[in-house]
Design a protein around this ligand. Sequence first.
Ligand code: ADP
Ligand code: GLC
Length: 508
Amino acid sequence: MNRRSFAAQRKRPERPMRVLHAVAELYPWVKTGGLGDVASALPLALAREGAELRLVLPGYSAFLDAFAGVRDAARLKTPFAAERVRLLLARLPQEGGLAYLVDHPPFYDRPGGPYHDQEGRLFADNHRRFALLGYAAAALAAGADREWRPQILHAHDWHAGLAPAYLAARPSGEEKAATLFTVHNLAYQGLFPAAIFPELQLPPAFFALDGLEFFGQVSFLKAGLFYADRLSTVSPTYAREIETPRFGAGLDGLLRARARHLTGILNGLDPEIWDPARDPNLPQNYGVEDAPAGKRAAKLALLRRFGLEERERQPLFGVVSRLITQKGMDLVLESVPHLVARGTALALLGTGDGDLEEGFRAAARAALGRVGVEIGYDEALSHRIIAGADILLMPSRFEPCGLTQLYALHYGTLPLVRRVGGLADTVVDAAPEAIARGAATGFIFDDETSDALRAAIDRAILLFRKPEARRVMMRRAMTRDFTWAQSARQYLALFRELLEERGRSAPA
Ligand code: ADP
Ligand code: GLC
């Protein structure tokens, strides 16, 4: 059997649970961040645990070009087009999985990214583009494809937030899938002016405090949070943080009210893509045993790639990140002179906020040979930084889960992070007692200031000069288990609970 097959690999005699994921990104075709990674890895992990998985995706041309059509699954009358919209069932090339593509070229066949045009401006009709995704997902969850009816609809982020609302708006006698809504980042809410509400053709009563209204606007995120049967987010710590005003982005009241139905399930790492022993982007592959040699080769190649001085004995800090304040990249920029003064080097890859991009470019010009900056999006280079750096900087202000630090750990690169969200759940600080126990895997600091970041950088530099402690930490980091299988089991337990609660456990 194909190793990456989505076909349920049955472990139990009963019929596998049928789960439909509604999501706007899918690595490697459409990805702006961790969501795309999750959308490609989680369904596969669920399939390996015995579930039957399908996705519903916007019909971007990147998908239509890459996936082979299997059949027309449905034609939907929707509020968004005069003609019926086709749901095309297609096969994913690498993994043999199945996805429904919402085939509506006027919405999805355009230059630019999934949400922005080529100049980086949000598309003006995003409310329609993603309402259609939610509408199609709800239709499938209510049996629009006569040949396959999901028991669970798992919707991700604001882009799919209307799916539970459209499902709730359907006739109550209808058989419908149970819903889980997962928040990957509460800061992106899909907010639109109240004036667009009639276009959605949802019941007028839905535009209310007990509904999808948010301070006079339409919130796609709140629709998901309000109408889904269950809620989850991508780390246990973030799940509790977002119930507080500090992290709740105005939705903490609703999240507190639904606390019983909100869980945190950590993301995992896809070893097919992130594995130093097989990674084709590295000069030399390595495992736990030969990590020092493999990392030395990766570091040297990286120093050369960025034109940095080949001072192997000095720690090399790495960054692979969206350049935004969420990620604490302003704190990193303020700390660059300190890194240079301490004799270390920095290799950074990222895109994002124009001021930060310019700031990092200027920092590189001011410290030639010590600070290397690549503004852009580059998968291969991201792997080479994760492998070649000694320490990964990720001082996020908030972090729902974070995948980059998981990749770093697995490559023996010690993450330096703030104690928030998924970072707090996945990195163990190099406190003397944790080093002695062999548990430490990185460096954690608390205050949201560049002073605190610099103090943590100093601690990391000190530790770097203690080869034995460093070796123990690297080994521990590389052997931590953050596979998707663990997460998938937790999702499946949640789905089972949800179906039982609804009084209709998976039919035999
Ligand atoms: P977020 O989704 O908030 O950006 P995550 O850590 O969950 O944060 O995921 C980020 C993903 O995007 C990782 O796979 C990371 O390697 C990747 N990434 C971020 N910036 C870049 C970039 N400039 N080039 C290549 N990959 C990037
Ligand atoms: C979001 C979060 C990130 C998380 C990713 C995948 O982009 O910012 O922390 O890892 O989603 O869940």
